[in-house]
Design a protein around this ligand. Structure first.
Ligand SMILES: Cc1cc2nc3c(=O)[nH]c(=O)nc-3n(C[C@H](O)[C@H](O)[C@H](O)COP(=O)(O)OP(=O)(O)OC[C@H]3O[C@@H](n4cnc5c(N)ncnc54)[C@H](O)[C@@H]3O)c2cc1C
Length: 508
């Protein structure tokens, strides 16, 4: 079994396959594992490159249970309280927490009792929505005929495909700030709540119900530890070994080529960014549904403008903070229309050292700043504007309690959408293909890739979608399908129950 890419998707898949007794080799292009989920060090400060919010840990818990380990013990997960502070440009703030009594009290004070009751009914509604939709997200889809299955009928009761996250929330909340507090999470999918399907109201619910976690040393240590465990289980991970193309016999993948030679295997898993992998590793002539022309027509997520700052002091602000622009909707519209917002942009700042002092020298701290921005576009020249935009963002950070920042910056790294694109991320769309209903479930590239034989997909570009929990799920779904296709009965430590699903004829 050969996996191309040691991102979180590839690593999760490798753990389950190794436990099932399958020999796995991973070829990784860069000099370390983790992909976008990787810690980097500069000037003695350590930063997460990408993910900083780890929520809905249930999937990684089950994967670790399957290999006989405890995810919380192994990964050093630290629950945060509050989850984050959200500051509204329109006035007021909320400390989002899993303590629902505190939440109702805060909401009541901010916007009255009616909205506080709306919050409680939102929680109930989404608890039900998750229960009914879970089975749709944790099992593979192969085509529209799956729509007739029992799981699809169950989810149809709550999917409300005609509604967006935003319009769904307007039923529970009249105050726009609350609608925003329960909907900005669609940014995790790189989408606007005005476009994301209403199913995704569950994202905020998951935070209130299950909390948000940090991992000591950064979320990038999660992938480092997964790789160590994989190696201990016999997985071979070869770094600095970029695959330049797959080798085919007709529609069957039979090998992967690198500058050092060809690797053969009986099955292959691709963890490379989906569109980059399609265009770079598979000839256009072998793809119809995902041809270069069709890839160009798909919708892609937003990108991000990033600042990673090493600071010579500590700030007493929460671990995660979000500033929501006064004109939040206009800000989102700019992203969709490929404009850069210069007036009061929304942003997110992580002050991780308030929880984890291991990331900076004594008395110092790190700040990670993420500004959602449109993906790459010929009308935007980031080389020309990036320093001016950086200055604007530093000023904007005062609204989150970081005054006179310029005087305290010791180390600074800027990443623009163009930089993401140069790191093998198609259009710099860091959250991959967008998650509209037209690109989800059976309409997303399938885990057992529908256009070629012996190729499986993992990562944010396949089902169920982008974000660490769903990416780990893609690793689990592909591992299940590979075992089923190889006739292997995995010994997954008592959680083989989910393996029963895969034996149903519709998955093959
Ligand atoms: C700025 C940012 C913030 C994010 N924040 C969050 C968050 O807070 N919470 C959350 O859940 N998610 C977040 N995400 C989204 C997502 O969880 C991560 O991007 C995640 O790392 C994606 O995982 P993946 O497995 O799809 O692929 P990647 O992490 O991209 O891994 C792919 C791997 O394939 C390798 N590769 C590429 N080409 C080749 C080749 N030709 N040969 C061999 N190897 C190759 C790459 O080097 C890489 O190691 C964020 C992403 C970004 C960028």
């Amino acid at each position: 079994m050969l996996i191309v890419g040691a991102g979180p998707g590839g690593l999760a898949c490798s753990l389950l396959l190794a436990k099932a007794g399958i020999k796995v080799t991973i070829l990784e292009k860069s000099d370390g594992v983790g992909g976008r989920t990787r810690v980097f060090e500069k000037d003695n400060y350590r930063f997460d490159t990408g993910p900083t919010f780890f929520h809905y840990t249930e999937i990684i818990e089950e994967i670790f249970q399957a290999i006989g380990l405890d995810a919380h013990d192994e990964l050093g997960l630290i629950p945060l309280d509050p989850n984050y502070r959200i500051i509204f440009g329109a006035g007021g703030s909320l400390d989002a927490t899993t303590n629902l009594d505190s939440m109702t009290e805060q909401i009541s004070q901010l916007c009255g009792e009616k909205e506080a009751n709306g919050f409680l009914s939102y929680i109930e509604d989404n608890r039900r929505k998750l229960r009914l939709s879970k089975n749709c997200l944790n099992t593979p889809w192969s085509g529209p005929s799956d729509l007739l299955s029992r799981r699809a009928l169950r989810v149809s009761k709550v999917l409300r495909p005609w509604r967006s996250v935003s319009s769904d929330l307007s039923k529970s909340f009249t105050d726009e700030r609350l609608q925003l507090a329960m909907s900005f999470q669609t940014k995790y999918l790189g989408m606007s709540p005005f476009q994301a399907p209403s199913l995704f109201t569950i994202l905020a619910y998951l935070e209130y119900e299950h909390g948000i976690f940090h991992a000591k040393g950064g979320l990038g240590t999660i992938t480092e530890k997964m790789a160590k465990i994989a190696r201990d289980m016999g997985v071979e991970i070869i770094l600095n070994e970029p695959v330049t193309k797959f080798i085919f016999d007709g529609k069957k993948v039979i090998g992967a080529r690198t500058d050092n030679g060809d690797y053969t295997a009986d099955r292959f898993v691709m963890n490379v960014d989906f569109a980059t992998g399609m265009k770079g590793l598979i000839p256009d002539a072998l793809r119809r549904r995902w041809s270069d022309e069709k890839l160009e027509q798909k919708s892609y997520s937003c990108s991000t403008f990033m600042l990673y700052l090493g600071i010579d002091k500590k700030f007493d602000t929460p671990h995660h903070q979000i500033y929501a622009s006064k004109d939040y909707q206009g800000n989102l519209q700019d992203i969709t229309e490929h404009k850069v917002t210069w007036d009061d942009p929304s942003l997110y700042v992580q002050n991780a050292c308030v929880t984890d002092s291991s990331l900076a020298p004594e008395g110092h701290s790190t700040l990670y700043v993420l500004v959602p921005i449109c993906n790459t576009h010929p009308t935007i020249n980031w080389k020309e504007i990036k320093h001016e935009y950086r200055d604007l963002i530093i000023r904007q950070m005062e609204k989150l309690g970081f005054p006179n920042l310029n005087q305290h910056i010791i180390s600074e790294t800027i990443i623009t959408p163009d930089d993401w694109a140069s790191r093998d991320i198609y259009k710099g769309a860091v959250f991959n293909l967008a998650h509209g209903l037209d690109q989800m479930l059976w309409r997303r590239p399938q885990n057992k890739f529908e256009e070629l034989n012996q190729l499986y997909l993992v990562g944010g570009g396949t089902h169920p979608g982008s974000g660490l929990p769903t990416i780990f799920e893609s690793g689990r779904i592909s591992a299940k399908m590979i075992c089923a296709d190889m006739g292997v009965e995995p010994d997954w430590n008592g959680v083989n129950t989910w393996f029963d699903e895969i034996r149903k004829p519709s998955y093959n």
